[in-house]
Write a protein that binds this ligand. Structure first.
Ligand code: NAD
Length: 566
């Protein structure tokens, strides 16, 4: 029989109970069943040299730790000194992973207090490199690896997870960031995203379950790599793939009732299908499609506060026609319609350029997700010509083609617009459409710029611009927290629209003055709480939540946020 570890943690302390009733566990008491070395080896409970004298006495830790007791602040300081002495980002990633594996409270304290410095290491761009080197840098498993060999017994496998998951981030590793098929090495992405859930929105780490569906890989380099840790076989395809994913979805929902499932880094041909298949029956979302959309829409709202226009009057040209591009375009269309234009008119204001040029009606072989944006127009093969022809007010780069926003592209945008909107959202940095410096320099400092990868402030003609990342990490943690807090049955587009508004509302005039279209990252927990409240509100308004709305919704949401105390 499976032992369900119902837990109730106040930062690093946990009550374990065998849950036979399915009801919530008893109120927190300052006890744990773990003792001595087992306690030190449990990353959720271990506090290392931070255990107090009384705790050392009580939990049989005498002699197992050096005698000096350090505060968490001192421990965090030591972590940072060591981290900053490491030569490169991958080494820092490995060091942080090791800390995560031995003392989660300290790990999250360090991440929360230094989010600007650490997010680029535990998530994009470094996580891309970490996934590429996953087999080599692997130390301890984190999350669950459900492989094609487990077909027919996925529920049994999921029951090996010792905690009651409320949030799953799952990938099949086929399209990791802009890096392509990395198979089981893609595990770095769910792990990184869930770290951000806990750090940025306070979703308790114990409620988070990273999963890779290892259906094989078509990456020949990995198949021949002696350190590759995934299945050495080609990907499942067609019905076999669909049945495998379906078995996983059914098993996950049965094992962890009400669990929120976030699809992550699936290839186009699976991502749209899976989202549409499950979105009306379970709380699921695809961050690459919907989270990206909300963060980009929030950036547009901020840009328009500077330029003074209305969203419904903008003309957007996307470089890329994949998950991010069509996800953003779909949400922009909904937001334009909310400003009073017809769907047809809104669609006509959104254009896509993919690897074969402008997406136009009648072009052969267009995939389903592009069809809405296949307008009547002559074919145009290159992006710069498309800009001169369509005269967009905004260009949005989500094609993972590094350097695609050339000086010519940027100068043309500056000729066409007083305040051109330029979003270079591709990741990692090598795939970014342009650097922040180029965006400002070639538009004479007039670009309203957001980037997918981090860039340092840029000095130009006596002004300092502070570009901020249009990163999903502003959105998904808050959306997830709001959905979990309200126990929403579904995750809807209206929630993402509300999230975009909530995020844009957090941008203050000082941010806008320095060219920042997003709030400063250190405010992320406050921002996530606001987004979560907005999302939960949509759930309650639309009868998607469990139970009646609490009197104080934001207080209710904030009370559920995990916070590693000093
Ligand atoms: P995707 O594979 O779904 O889409 C990529 C698209 O780019 C495809 O439509 C493809 O046809 C097109 N493309 C490829 N080469 C092209 C070329 N030479 N010219 C024009 N178009 C070309 O990928 P996605 O999920 O849409 O992600 C795309 C990029 O956006 C990635 O780099 C990803 O990391 C980034 N992204 C960033 C954020 C963020 O928060 N900043 C969020 C999501 C995605």
């Amino acid at each position: 029989m499976r032992l369900s570890l119902q837990t109730n943690i106040v930062w690093g302390k946990r009550v374990h109970q065998t849950d036979k009733t399915g009801k919530d566990p008893a109120p927190f008491q300052d006890v744990t069943l773990l003792h001595g070395m087992s306690l030190l080896r449990d990353p959720l409970l271990n506090r290392g040299t931070g255990f107090t004298e009384a705790e050392r006495e009580r939990f049989g830790l005498r002699g197992l730790l050096p005698p000096c007791v350090l505060t968490m602040r001192e421990q965090a300081e030591r972590v940072l000194i060591n981290l900053r002495n490491l030569p490169g980002d991958l080494e820092k990633y490995v060091a942080l992973n090791a800390l995560h594996d031995r003392n989660e409270a300290l790990f999250f304290r360090v991440v929360c207090d230094n989010i600007d410095e650490i997010q680029p290491i535990i998530y994009t761009p470094t996580v891309g490199l970490a996934c590429q080197k996953y087999g080599l840098i692997f130390q301890r498993p984190r999350g669950m690896f459900i492989s094609a060999n487990e077909r027919g017994r996925i529920a049994e496998v999921l029951r090996n997870w010792p905690y009651q998951a409320k949030l799953i981030v799952v990938t099949d590793g086929e399209r990791i960031l802009g890096l392509g098929d990395l198979g089981a090495n893609g595990m770095g992405i769910p792990v990184g995203k869930l770290s951000l859930y806990s750090a940025c929105a306070g979703v308790h780490p114990e409620q988070c379950l990273p999963i890779v569906l290892d259906v094989g890989t078509n990456n020949e380099e990995l198949l021949g790599d002696p350190f590759y840790l995934g299945l050495r076989q080609k990907r499942l395809t067609g019905a076999a793939y669909d049945e495998f994913v379906d078995e996983f979805m059914t098993a996950a929902r049965a094992t962890f009732p009400g669990v929120l499932i976030q699809f992550e880094d699936f290839a186009n041909h699976s991502a749209f299908r899976l989202l549409h298949k499950y979105r009306d029956e379970a709380p699921v979302f695809n961050d690459d499609i919907q989270g990206t959309a909300a963060v980009a829409l929030a950036g547009l709202f901020s840009a328009l506060r500077v330029s003074g226009g209305k969203l419904r009057d903008q003309r957007l040209l996307f470089l890329g026609a994949g998950e991010a591009a069509t996800g953003i375009a779909d949400l922009v269309v909904s937001a334009m319609m909310a400003e009073g234009v017809s769907e047809q008119e809104a669609l006509q204001r959104n254009w896509l350029v993919d690897s074969r040029g402008l997406v136009v009606r009648g072009r052969e072989g267009l995939s389903g997700h592009k069809l809405r944006y296949a307008h009547d127009h002559a074919a145009i093969s290159d992006f710069a010509t498309a800009i001169r022809t369509l005269k967009p007010t905004a260009i949005i780069g989500v094609a993972a083609v590094g350097g695609a926003f050339t000086p010519e592209v940027l100068r043309t945008m500056a000729e066409l617009n007083k305040r051109p909107i330029v979003f270079a959202l591709s990741n990692p940095t090598s795939k970014s459409e342009c650097s922040a410096e180029d965006a400002y320099r070639y538009t004479e400092g007039r670009a309203l710029f957001a980037c997918g990868s981090p860039y340092d402030p840029v000095k130009l003609n006596g002004k300092t611009f502070v570009p901020r990342q249009g990163n999903n990490s502003y959105i998904f943690p808050g959306v997830g927290l709001g959905a979990i807090a309200s126990k929403s049955r579904l995750v809807t587009d209206e929630m993402f629209m509300s999230a975009a508004h909530a995020l844009a509302d957090c941008v203050n005039p000082d941010d806008l003055d320095q060219g920042s279209l997003y709030p400063a990252l250190p405010r992320i927990r406050e921002v996530s709480a606001k987004i979560a409240t907005a999302v939960a509100n949509v759930a309650y308004q639309n009868d998607l939540a469990a139970g009646p709305p609490p009197n104080d919704l934001s207080g209710f949401v904030e009370a559920q946020m995990y916070n590693p105390h000093y």
